[in-house]
Design a protein around this ligand. Sequence first.
Ligand SMILES: [Mg+2]
Length: 273
Amino acid sequence: MRKALFLSAALAATAALTACRTTERRAVASAATPVGPPSSDRTVAVLWFQQAAERRALSYQAFNIARERLDEALAQRRPEDKLAVVMDIDETILDNSPLEAALSQNGQPYTDAAWKGWSRRGIAKPLPGAQPFLAYAASNNVEVFYVSNREADEFDATRDNLRAEHFPMVDAEHVRLKEFSEKGKERRRRDIAASHKIVLLMGDSLGDFAGMFEGQSAAERDRLTEKSREKFGHVFIVLPNPMYGAWEDCLYPKGLTEEQKAEFRRNLLQAEP
Ligand SMILES: [Mg+2]
């Protein structure tokens, strides 16, 4: 489940701008300011996710690599091995960008209630390549575990959504949602690893791979990623998500307003000297 906040104040400013007369709007648009409204940050990310064929290609690339890794594991499997793949759900196998797009268009902030209103509908579409890969894993007697930070009260809708899109092994044993007060996914991964050999993990956030990435600064996330470089494309396979995530959350000190976050983002850009 996503945690990033939306830019309500900025979006309100955009709405106000839309209400201006055409001439005024044109004048604002042509003003020589290098800084757009904060909402434009999010809009471009959501647009990329929904419209860029490159995003589709990256998704296929991820699942094609996953299949190669799985085939290697199958070739080396001993009869007693219980193989498993561990999958994140959101922005890994299901596409929640329609929620992001609606919030952005309507000038609404992200809230847990908005998230649950969306997830309860159970209409998220699969990301390209996800279902065929998991069907292939299941057909080779590899267990599929869906380890998501969606919450327990989202189980029924999540199960129904995954089943409607023909994902395999969608049941209480294999869909492992976040338990009350649980922070990361480490305990659930350990549970699975106790009885299975995990062939690979897939996710759009580093926390989908190992607990060491959780709650770290951007610099530390970089350092740990460098340290783990051999694992990417092998046991860790990453999907792209520019819309939200720990990558963004870790950039801000706690308690900033949306305007302050926008300012923070601008200051973090590494511009040419
Ligand atoms: Mg995710």
